[in-house]
Design a protein around this ligand. Structure first.
Ligand SMILES: [Zn+2]
Length: 404
């Protein structure tokens, strides 16, 4: 992802690389690059050109072929040599990312060949994700195909590369790129985004404008626009002049500034309750649990139809089955403070300083303590939010950041 740090040159490189790759490929499918997302042109037409609600987020590109013990098992692998000196770091980061997915959704990523885990593609597993700094499927930088494509035959099976190049080894970036592979686009692509944010087209570099289109065929499952989503860019992403490209409308929640976006807390907070909620609407085990005489912890209806009405939000199942009678731990008591503490701990881990984050970023972030997770769905834009925004503005002016 790296929306802010990516330059036009980086994006041009990705576009050229994917094009070049397609030209050397016998596949009849052709892809389009939108920022860090690569999707088929056919799917692009369905998602971005059709009427709202015309197609589910993931369509037929879900990763749900292996369901065991009340979990959707997805194999994942790290292309270790490609990460060089950062291979241990990448593995540790992936552990945190896997934990986040496991706690908040039914998805249980398993590292192929790790411990007693089967090797990639064994058993019922036909498709797996491979995190690589040098993927072989035309991707570069931080980027991912949208949905389950499998290997480069695009038939939905085999190893699907996800690119995490230089500067991509952050928890929220890894969650973000994996969420693309699971089928999601960006928060600012939501079909209803114009109700919440204004896109400042004049400030967006020409190369990146297509990345800010609204996904007319996208589903939002009854959620409100979520500025703290892992799928949300910062407010000045892909700016051609340093000024804002996405601005929250009056009365809605502010979009994270570059400083907030790259703060330790934001990088390490994991997916929001709404991110997890959306995943649980698509990657649901309501029927599976019912077939096994149990109830799915995230939803109590026989089947979830994507309306968002049958899914519970904000809980955690740290381990075990997500069907109720299998000794799982449904933790609605995981308080804001414990989430915050977990975030702090995660933030302490040393990571490669591929990008220097400024003192300004930290100072501003400490002033600003909002997070959708902490909020449990309350709209904090009103009152306190505005005051905080005002304080941030003062700090930014003081620090000479005239872009906001
Ligand atoms: Zn992205």
């Amino acid at each position: 992802m790296r929306p802010v740090k990516n330059t036009d040159a980086d994006i041009k490189k990705l576009v050229a690389s994917v094009k070049d790759f397609q030209n050397n490929d016998n596949s009849t499918l052709k892809f389009i690059t939108l920022g860090d997302m690569v999707m088929s042109i056919d799917e692009f037409r369905v998602r971005f050109k059709n009427a709202p609600e015309s197609k589910a987020y993931t369509g037929d590109k879900k990763w749900d072929e292996v369901i065991e013990d009340g979990r959707i098992k997805i194999q994942i692998n790290v292309d270790e040599p490609s990460f060089g000196q950062f291979q241990d770091y990448t593995n540790e980061l992936l552990d945190k990312v896997m934990k986040d997915y496991k706690e908040k959704t039914a998805i249980d990523f398993v590292k192929c060949g790790s411990g007693r885990q089967p090797s990639c593609g064994s058993g019922s597993h036909k498709t797996w994700m491979v995190l690589s700094a040098k993927p072989s499927n035309g991707l570069t930088g931080c980027s991912s195909y949208v949905g389950r494509w499998g290997d480069t035959t695009w038939r939905g099976t085999g190893a699907q590369g996800i690119s995490l190049g230089k500067g991509c080894l952050y928890m929220h970036t890894m969650i973000h790129e994996i969420m693309h592979a699971l089928g999601w686009t960006h928060e600012q692509n939501r079909p209803d985004r114009d109700d919440f944010v204004t896109i400042i087209w004049d400030n967006i570099s020409p190369q990146m404008k297509s990345n800010f289109n609204a996904e007319k065929g996208g589903k939002v499952f009854g959620t409100k626009y979520d500025p703290m989503s892992v799928m949300q860019y910062s407010s000045s992403a892909f700016s051609t002049n340093g000024r804002a490209t996405i601005v929250a409308k009056r009365g809605t929640v502010a979009i994270p500034t570059d400083a907030v976006y790259w703060s330790d807390k934001h990088i390490n907070k994991g997916m929001t309750d709404d991110d997890a909620f959306e995943i649980n609407n698509v990657y649901t085990l309501a029927e599976w649990c019912k077939d096994n005489g149990e109830e799915w912890v995230y939803g109590n209806k026989e089947a979830c139809d994507g309306s968002g009405n049958c899914i519970k939000k904000g809980g955690r199942v740290e381990n075990g089955s997500t069907c109720k009678s299998k000794g799982n731990r449904w933790r609605e008591d995981l308080t804001t403070e414990s989430v915050r503490e977990a975030t702090r701990t995660a933030g302490r881990t040393e990571r490669p300083s591929t990008e220097a984050r400024t003192t300004e970023a930290r100072t501003t972030e400490e002033t600003r303590t909002r997070s959708k997770d902490e909020d449990k769905g309350k709209d904090y834009a009103k009152g306190a939010g505005k005051i905080i925004q005002f304080i941030i503005k003062i700090i930014e002016i003081f620090l000479g950041d005239g872009s906001k």
